[in-house]
Design a protein around this ligand. Sequence first.
Ligand code: SF4
Length: 263
Amino acid sequence: MPMLTQADLQPLNQTFEERTPEEILRWASEVFGTRVAALSAMQMAGSTVCHMISRLKLDIPIVFVDTGVNFQETLETRDRVGREYGLEIVTLMPRQTMEEQTKERGILYLTPEGQKECCHLRKTEPLYTVRGRYDAMIGSLRRADGGRRDRCPFLMVDTELHSVRINPLANMTDEELDAYIAQNEVIVNPLHHQGFSTIGCNRCTTPVLPNEPKRAGRWRHLGPWSVYCGINPNERDEMAALHIDLPQEVIDKLLGRTTDFAI
Ligand code: SF4
């Protein structure tokens, strides 16, 4: 199978610095057709991407990983986004309930090693069940979130999911995101109004104080705010070889070799 490397994406990544998120989403739909989806955890930025996809009338489904221990507010936000934006929501779930997992392996999320295992079982493994279904997965990572996201590119190869990760909001500032949400009355997970700057599972997420880093509420019990679940390729501890295999015609289209839809 032909290979696509991170280096191949570099020219497009430079071009995308000057493009709007909407232009990048249109490009993704045009290039990948029915083989692109958007991954959303129903946080503020993810809801914004959903709103854009809906407003642009793009036929892109939304993939949501239900870990079985999400906040009720997150599940209700997912349902509202699907209903009010007219989007297809694909919900993926772990093989075991949290109760079954705990019975078999204990309370994993209390230790750094257990957290990695738990996030793998409840987040990344369910996502990998769609491996091979999509050549591209849209996300909502922003450099403004800091940490391991502070140099996040628009396009990344994801060697685990075997797809191209697309982050149309990569260079959107906090102020720009807030402005888009206010102007468009984007559906926002109500937990954001209760002090949660980022939102994950109910076992591992707390609100943050005004002077704390944004991710201070994630795995607070494990500290020191450097923990990630590994669902995004730039946040994994070990980066595998930076290439993925894709059909040649998809690579040619992606790199603008066979289409005039280059932006
Ligand atoms: S965030 Fe916590 S509960 Fe959720 S999958 Fe990761 S370790 Fe498990």
